[in-house]
Design a protein around this ligand. Structure first.
Ligand code: ATR
Length: 273
């Protein structure tokens, strides 16, 4: 039986076992996917178990994405660009690391806002942390025109922009109203929206009427940002789809079937939030 895992610390909150468990059942695959709590000091030993053939691969979540990156024998070029891995695949006795977060981001928009990337000139990205890196890589792969990278700490946005090159303009969050008029996509990659927090004074009314607003935060599912966008009649895409879509490439690599993100799966995970 093929066994896969998700490691993290803590790990109890992870929805991944539910997602992969649903697909294993749906496609009648004899396999398993289990959540394993591994403290940081235990990650090298866990890699040794993986290489010895105990698993076909698995996911890595907070706080292990960078340690796992360093322990991989090989890395996908896009994972290298992002600097972190979330998906491990055993090939022979070697572990290859991937970062499927950027594919999750793209898959979510492709499914829920088809055509979002057609002639896309301006995009506003809020936040310049780890999640922002995956989104920048994703946007670059779709050849968007100009990215306005706005962050509470402007220095961090600037450091990221230098690393990524391309047409990235940086600013503070207070610049949103002046960056908005031509932006047909707004992405929140920051943690604002979690735990009752909200952006102040973004003024989404400045966006064009056909703008899409998406949030990586999915607890709550409808963040204050999405709530405001909805009330203005803008198209919104919540972050749950990204979580579901980032799981697709891993499942396919471990179990040999490309799974589908269905409304039934979404409803099941939504019920647990
Ligand atoms: P992740 O890996 O999830 O992106 P991170 O690397 O810690 O997490 O980045 C968190 C992001 O949320 C950063 O862009 C951070 O802004 P700073 O760079 O200024 O710290 C942003 N963020 C967190 N709390 C915020 C707040 N209250 N207001 C505005 N931005 C916030």
């Amino acid at each position: 039986m093929k066994r896969a895992f998700v490691i993290g610390h803590p790990i109890a909150h992870s929805r991944s076992p539910l997602i992969h468990g649903y697909w294993l059942k749906r496609y009648g695959i004899e396999g398993s996917y289990e959540a394993i709590d591994v403290p940081p000091a235990g990650v090298p030993d866990f890699f040794a178990r993986l290489k010895a053939g105990a698993f076909v691969g698995g996911n890595v979540t907070i706080p292990h994405k960078e340690i796992a990156y360093a322990l991989c024998d090989e890395r996908d070029p896009l994972a290298e660009e992002i600097g972190a891995v979330n998906t491990l695949v055993l090939k022979g006795e070697e572990v290859t690391g991937y970062n499927t977060d950027y594919l999750g981001f793209l898959g979510n928009l492709d499914q829920n806002a088809p055509g979002w990337d057609q002639n896309l000139e301006d995009v506003v990205v809020l936040g310049a942390g780890g999640a922002s890196r995956a989104v920048l890589v994703a946007l670059k792969s779709r050849k968007v025109g100009r990215i306005h990278l706005l962050n509470r700490t402007i220095d961090k946005a600037e450091a990221l922009a230098i690393e990524f090159e391309g047409k990235i303009e940086c600013g503070g969050l207070h610049e949103f109203p002046m960056r908005a008029p031509n932006a047909r996509l707004v992405v929140n990659t920051s943690s604002v929206g979690m735990k009752g927090t909200a952006f102040e004074g973004l003024d989404l009314a400045r966006l064009p009427a056909d703008a899409v607003v998406t949030d990586l935060v999915y607890v709550p599912l409808v963040t204050p940002l999405l709530e405001e966008a909805k009330s203005l009649g803008l198209k919104v895409v919540d972050g749950l789809g990204m979580l579901l879509h980032q799981a697709v490439p891993g499942f396919e690599a471990w179990f040999g079937t490309r799974p589908e993100v269905t409304t039934e799966l979404r409803a099941r995970i939504e019920a647990t939030l």
